[in-house]
Design a protein around this ligand. Structure first.
Ligand code: SF4
Ligand code: SF4
Length: 480
């Protein structure tokens, strides 16, 4: 019998509620200075790097059509994919390690979303003023002044976003050539597409989406909890010292001052009964909420929206200074220190991450520094195992593929090592152009009757003008 499945229809319910705009208040302090340094260094690297030259070539260039990556003096070929994989593994373990120690350092100081948003917010402040003015401007009806301010902001944003897109494409196409093509309006269709695509992404993410990228789109915010423990540094509000919060007259002594002149415990939360009306150090000014770029209240405890930017620490320290209270009501702390437990810096997971990271970094550095820019591939002739010549000698034929990844041409000598003497027939040296590939057939002869069945051999290819050598094992076959 058919069973009717009841349908529940929601009428008038919205599937999506747009998030209200976060107007973050300008803040100054040591963490804001640190963020500014990070912004300058990271953006400086991003915008200047493609313009640097190294040995007459762009220092960092990911040449996808040629399938070669150039990073400073090193060139990476598709065969070097292992280095890229190793780099990604190192990056992942570095993230685990630093997150286990100091929480979302990456989010607060180095994530591109944070860094570009910081610049876009600065431009917004230049054009529209600080938080209060921005709110007033947005609430005001359209006027000439509002149009000019908004127009100036969007002009700055668009120019900066286009420059970002242009620079991004400049990592994949030589940027000086790209600049010439932009100047002469001869840019190709794909280059236009990617420049505009990345410009649009920058404009949208840093100008409009901002904290919503971190809150709703970034997976890291969701799984970071798995890397935290009770000894991970997080940005925390000291509720024991701050509560009960409330406004008070300037000059009211802080909790710590009262504790010095009072034998009762310092924490107002411990003063049951007669001391209930004594306030903690939070004056409930909400400045820590106003400066938060994600619009949360850190006094409600650790939340996944918190990107650990430290703005609320700077804001609260400023308030504490003005009140004459000790700093650190909002600070970097661990759950254990907040609960007066012994902090543990060296935990098993931190030690394991550190050891793996050290081993990976050492392995990566060693393999990059000792890598030989020479690849040799030897293929046996697939058509015949061996040939017996008129004089009874046995011939095996091989094809050598020699890849010279160096930026200089080199001449290589081919030799063979085996238990039974074998003669290499034809030219035993070959010239390979800089970053070139040469394919050359090589024949080996064994005198009549000297090789029966299979003989293990080793080819050696050595540069005659540089310290480069590669060996490859192979086999020589004779009659049974
Ligand atoms: S800035 Fe400090 S004092 Fe002001 S509300 Fe935040 S925690 Fe309380
Ligand atoms: S709560 Fe503090 S540290 Fe976290 S995002 Fe807001 S301002 Fe930054």
């Amino acid at each position: 019998m058919d069973k009717q499945i009841p349908l529940k229809v929601v009428v008038g319910g919205a599937m999506y509620e747009s998030a209200p705009k976060v107007y973050s208040r300008e803040v100054s302090g040591r963490f804001q200075r640190l963020r500014l340094v990070a912004v300058w260094v990271l953006l400086g690297l991003y915008y200047l790097m493609p313009w640097l030259q190294w040995n007459g070539r762009q220092a960092v260039l990911f040449d996808l059509p040629a399938r070669k990556f150039y990073v400073l003096g090193l060139s990476f070929w598709p065969q070097d994919f292992v280095y890229l994989a190793l780099l990604l593994i190192i990056a992942a373990f570095a993230l685990f390690f630093f997150t286990a120690i100091a929480g979302r350092l990456w989010c607060g100081y180095a994530c591109p979303q944070t860094v570009w948003t910081e610049v876009f917010i600065a431009m917004e402040r230049w054009c529209e003023g600080d938080r209060g003015r921005q709110m007033k401007l947005d609430a005001a009806p359209w006027s000439r002044a509002k149009f000019l301010r908004k127009g100036a902001k969007h002009t700055l944003w668009v120019v900066f976003a286009l420059w970002t897109g242009f620079t991004f494409v400049g990592f994949f196409t030589p940027i000086r050539v790209l600049a010439g093509e932009v100047a002469t309006l001869t840019l190709g269709g794909w280059e236009w597409f990617w420049i505009l695509f990345y410009a649009l992404a920058t404009w949208g993410n840093a100008g409009f989406l901002r904290e919503q990228v971190c809150t709703y789109m970034c997976p890291y915010a969701r799984f970071q909890g798995a890397m935290f423990d009770r000894d991970t540094l997080v940005i925390a509000y000291d509720a024991e010292r701050g509560e009960p919060r409330g406004a008070r007259r300037k000059g009211t002594p802080s909790v710590l001052e009262r504790a010095k002149s009072d034998p009762l415990p310092a924490s107002p939360s411990l003063r049951e009964g007669e001391e209930q009306n004594v306030l903690g150090d939070c004056i409930d000014c909400t400045i820590c909420v106003q400066v938060c770029p994600t619009g949360i209240d850190i006094r409600n405890g650790l939340q996944y929206e918190c990107i650990a930017c430290g703005a609320c620490i700077d804001a609260c320290d400023g308030v504490m200074d003005r009140m004459g209270y000790p700093r650190g009501l909002v600070r970097y702390a661990t759950l254990n220190t907040l609960e007066h437990r012994q902090p543990r810096m060296l935990r098993p997971r931190v030690v394991v991450y550190a050891l793996i990271l050290l081993a990976l970094c050492a392995g990566f550095a060693w393999s990059v520094l000792t890598r030989t820019p020479l690849i040799v591939d030897v293929l046996r002739d697939r058509n015949a195992l061996y040939r017996v010549l008129a004089d009874g000698a046995v011939e095996n034929v091989y094809t050598f593929k020699i890849v010279n990844k160096d930026q200089q041409p080199h001449r290589y000598r081919i030799r063979v090592h085996s238990a039974t003497p074998l003669a290499l027939v034809g030219a035993d040296t070959i010239e390979v152009a800089a970053e070139g590939v040469a394919s050359v057939p090589v024949a080996l002869h064994a005198t009549a009757g000297s090789v029966r069945g299979m003989l293990a051999i080793e080819f050696e290819v050595q540069a005659l003008d540089a310290e480069m050598k590669r060996s490859q094992k192979s086999r020589f076959f004779g009659p049974p």
